[in-house]
Design a binder for this molecule. Structure first.
Ligand SMILES: [Zn+2]
Length: 446
């Protein structure tokens, strides 16, 4: 993951640009990927695909020719999708178009204006503070032309056509934690699932939960917002079959993992992923929809789509605090030095653990009626020795009624998914329950 980050991070991956394509084509060499294309001007529900944008040259100079900043030195020096501009500007006018980072005096901020067209440069506060001349020379040579927005999709077919989507965006030029870390974790997730699928095919019919995947997985790598809208609006037939999903970004720094719920907090995806996180990373925390960070999951959760897509990221300060999610966020300081292989690997383990839980999220159907005679089945837990275990066993069995999934039980009992799965596996071994992909109510009144 770190090698790919090193290779791709400094590319100028603006939403429709040559470097975005370069990065996506490079990723497509790693795993089998379909690349969907949407030309400039194409209608995507209420949106339109923007032009391809290229910055050829840009700088700010004093009138005597001293260069103060240059696009060649850092791609963030120019607002993404800045209009071209060339001329002498008065200091006050320049300052209106010169963006600085609100919290980091030495960093260049990341500013984008895809739709409210304007010209703009970005600099450190330190540089801005030195601008005392009356007039400066600005040169921004950018071009807008018809292009093709691209969305990469890695499809891993399961037994069912019902799909789980994993989404990451790739459109943040010269930055790493946001957004390249989500992309590489998504890619490694795809690689692990492809391997699992390959192994299952070699070893013949799988035991339940082992080997073969039940769900189909779609891993999407795209430019933020417009990429999701373009894909969804051109694949409406897939939307009813999307039963859950996870957005990934900011997964390589030292902040704790945060899992943001979907717009439908009672969905199976929400119950499953939130309770799974508790078993996978006790330091991880949960937040409601739109309280941690906003990204592409909004397009999936929106009206007319309504796919419950959660979001996983390492966040020090959730959105609700009004502070940036991590110190270097959206700035030139978001470089490979702030992420580590260990943190990326730990994030990947959590994503794979969530996929495992999703695959195991069956409805638990009782073969028994009444309360189970536990001693007779050798599963009695002595309440004098282990009162919590005793209570938990009964609380779980009480909910094995064909209407609760493993995730529903874990959610109701506020306990890790994995702990419930362990008990359900034991009950299944004893033939006390069976597992179903759909609800099978055993209440005689239903
Ligand atoms: Zn961002």
């Amino acid at each position: 993951m770190l090698d790919l980050i090193q290779e791709l991070w400094y590319l100028k991956r603006d939403i429709v640009s040559d470097d975005f394509d370069r990065a996506l084509f490079r990723l497509a060499k790693e795993v089998p990927m379909t690349i969907h294309e949407y030309p400039t001007g194409e209608a995507c529900w209420t949106w339109r695909v923007p032009e391809k944008w290229t910055c050829h040259e840009a700088y700010l100079e004093t009138l005597d020719g001293r260069r103060l900043l240059d696009y060649q030195d850092h791609p963030l020096h120019v607002v993404s999708y800045s209009l071209p501009f060339e001329g002498l500007v008065r200091r006050e006018q320049l300052l209106k178009h010169l963006h600085v980072h609100p919290g980091l005096p030495d960093a260049i901020p990341y500013v984008f204006k895809y739709y409210e067209r304007d010209w703009g440069l970005c600099a450190s506060q330190a540089l801005r503070d030195t601008l005392n001349d009356d007039e400066y020379r600005v040169v921004i040579r950018t071009s807008f032309e018809p292009g093709i927005l691209k969305v990469g999709e890695i499809q891993i077919p399961g037994e069912s056509e019902e799909s789980f989507v994993i989404v990451a965006h790739l459109c943040h030029p010269a930055m790493v934690n946001d957004d390249l870390t989500g992309v590489v974790v998504g890619l490694e997730t795809a690689r692990a699932l492809l391997k699992r699928m390959g192994r299952a095919q070699e070893s013949g019919p799988p035991p339940t939960n082992g080997g073969r995947l039940y769900y189909t997985y779609r891993i999407l790598i795209l430019p933020e917002t417009i990429g999701s809208v373009a894909y969804l609006s051109h694949n409406e037939h897939l939307i009813p079959g999307m039963t859950g999903g996870l957005f990934l970004e900011m997964l390589g720094n030292d902040s704790p993992l945060a899992l943001q719920g979907s717009f439908q907090p009672e969905s199976q995806a929400d119950h499953c992923l939130t309770t799974a996180l508790r078993g996978l990373d006790p330091e991880g925390y949960l937040g409601a929809y739109r309280t941690i960070i906003d990204n592409d999951e909004r397009q999936f959760n929106a009206p007319g789509v309504r796919v419950p897509v959660l979001s996983l990221s390492r966040v020090e300060a959730p959105k609700a605090t009004g502070r940036p999610p991590y110190r270097e966020y959206h700035s030139s300081l978001d470089t490979p030095t702030i992420v580590s292989g260990e943190r990326l690997a730990a994030s990947l383990d959590v994503v794979l653990g969530m996929v495992d839980a999703w695959e195991r999220n069956y409805y638990v159907v009782n073969n028994f009626k009444g309360e189970v005679f536990c001693s007779g089945y050798g599963i009695w837990i002595d309440y004098r020795v282990n009162p919590d275990g005793h209570r938990r066993l009964f609380e779980i069995m009480e909910r094995c009624d064909g209407e609760h999934s493993v995730a529903d039980i874990a959610h109701e009992l506020d306990t890790p998914f994995q702990a419930v799965w362990e008990v359900v596996s034991l009950l299944r071994e004893k033939d006390l329950v069976w597992l179903s992909r759909t609800p099978q109510p055993t209440d005689p009144r239903r």
